[in-house]
Design a protein around this ligand. Structure first.
Ligand code: 3PY
Ligand code: MG
Length: 256
């Protein structure tokens, strides 16, 4: 939520937070998953089929369940990050941040001056937070988290520089793209030993910078491993995979 303790404070609180990961087009899917025991819900507008309007509608549905909403924006679509924050999102996850300039642009669109250049118009966030405009302006930069996704060799090589950009609150590792990058495009294995080594290195650098480390997990079992490793937030994906897993289990039980 956008009030005290803020989502960034909870992320730094020591206990790993687990989030749902939604890409299905109807906002009610995110609203329903928010009622399960997730700590937050991510709307994936990079690869999900959920569109801009439906994602905006999902934010208050998630908030109505008392949970923070985060949005993964499409690559380079930093203007949408401001609009999701205006609607009351508690976090932005920006994919493919491969240069310091990418990180600076993310911070510019997600933080108010003097840190960034976010423009005023947070009407949904004011309604959801109950804050007066002046108070929201004073606190907004600390109420929502800006994650730079590290998922390429280029990003790994400059992770300290990305972390040093004012307004970047943390790093979100994309283990699938990272695995493709590390394999030179020859394969996809988000749980390979090579990916594990890279993510341990990234995690250590994020912790050394005193920032927030998050990652995507393909399953609950993998999420348990990654939480135990020390990530502050682990997203368990996705709504489609949970639907399919439920369908497989129901049909297996029915045909047993
Ligand atoms: C990745 O693993 O590449 C992601 O972006 C998370 O889905
Ligand atoms: Mg990715």
């Amino acid at each position: 939520m956008l009030t005290h303790p803020s989502f960034p404070e909870r992320l730094k609180g020591g206990k790993p937070l687990l989030t749902a990961w939604c890409g299905l087009p109807d906002p009610s899917v995110a609203g329903i998953l928010a009622r399960e025991d997730f700590d937050a819900v991510v709307l994936d507008t990079q690869h999900g089929s959920i569109d801009f309007a439906a994602s905006l509608q999902a934010v208050p549905l998630i908030a109505a369940a008392g949970k923070p909403a985060l949005v993964r924006i499409p690559v380079g679509d930093f203007a949408s990050a401001s609009r999701y924050l205006d609607a009351g999102a508690s976090g932005i996850i920006a994919p493919m941040i491969n240069t310091v300039e990418d990180a600076r642009r993310l911070a510019a669109f997600t933080k108010f001056p003097p840190v960034g250049e976010r423009s005023w118009g947070a009407y949904g966030a004011l309604a959801l937070s109950g804050l007066e405009p002046g108070e929201y302006l004073r606190t907004a930069n600390d109420l929502a988290v800006s994650f730079a996704m590290v998922e390429t060799r280029e990003a790994l090589a400059i992770i300290d520089d990305i972390l040093a950009v004012p307004g970047i609150d943390g790093v979100f590792i994309g283990p699938s793209d990272l695995s493709i990058a590390l394999a030179g495009g020859k394969g996809l294995d988000p749980t390979s030993a090579e990916v594990d080594k890279a993510l341990d290195h990234a995690l250590a650098r994020v912790k050394a910078a005193g920032k927030i480390a998050a990652i995507y997990a393909v399953s609950g079992a993998r999420a348990a491993e990654l939480s135990a490793r020390g990530f502050h937030m682990v997203a368990i994906g996705s709504d489609i995979s949970m639907l399919r897993t439920g369908a497989h289990a129901a049909l297996a039980a029915a045909r047993a």
